[in-house]
Design a protein around this ligand. Sequence first.
Ligand code: NDP
Length: 270
Amino acid sequence: MVKLSDGNSIPIVGLGVYKVDNATTGPLVTQALQIGYRLIDTASMYQNEEGVGEGIANSGVPREEVIVSTKFWMDDLGYDQTLRAFDKSLGLLGLSYLDIYLIHWPAPKRGLLYVESWKAMERLKNEGLVKSIGVCNFHPHHIDEVLKMAEHPPVMNQIEVHPFLTQDQVIAYNTQHSILTQAWSPLARGQVLDNPLISKIAGEHGKSNSQIVLRWHIQRGTAVIPKSTSRDRIIENLNVFDFELSEAQMLEISSLNRNYRTGVDPEDRN
Ligand code: NDP
């Protein structure tokens, strides 16, 4: 568990469900919760919030033990739009409150609409409908705009991070502002997994390549939400707490950085 600056705590490893269709999502979420996952990351854009809600309901795990995170898409930036998007997501999830609500992209070419959205998110938090509010894909200067007016500062910034994109500057900024960094595509969508250095270190620990990469994130203080639809791999991805990478191994993995994005630079996404 990792503590957020608003006092709430979340698991450092969660399950991402991007590109999992709605019908598959329900059983997958049920299975993940029964295996021991306690954080599920979805978004309105993934079109599987209904599946996430069904998966939780069918799992037998009490609602209050599960951290549910969703996001609204760029077309819903703006005060009223954000409130409407929230109502829709909460309805699809079939929940009475949400644990984490995130702005999916700042879309800066649309001006400061994300700041208007932030005011709406603060209202949702003040009304007790959301426990924690945060952002995704924000560069430091976007967060600066939010902080200028924030009653509740963002507690989390979910950004693309993996050994090919170490994001040192954004992470340092987040840390300085008590904002948890949560890595999306922590495995670079699988692209880091056949790297020879990762394989060598995996051999040294008797762990899988995925476990080495996830452990590297965790030792940097970054939360992770790897996605998998395979039962064996979701078990594997959670089993990263019984070994430690040395400082030298941490540095070796970080040296793989090539500022390579699997996704779009947030500055250009509109
Ligand atoms: P990941 O880096 O999590 O990689 C997922 C890929 O790796 C899948 O192809 C999966 O295949 C494979 N994989 C997972 N675990 C293993 C393993 N142990 N061994 C071998 N292969 C494995 O990519 P995502 O893009 O899915 O990112 C994770 C989550 O981050 C998303 O699901 C979503 O929740 C979030 N996200 C947020 C974004 C944002 O803008 N805020 C953008 C993108 C993602 P298989 O399923 O077959 O196991």
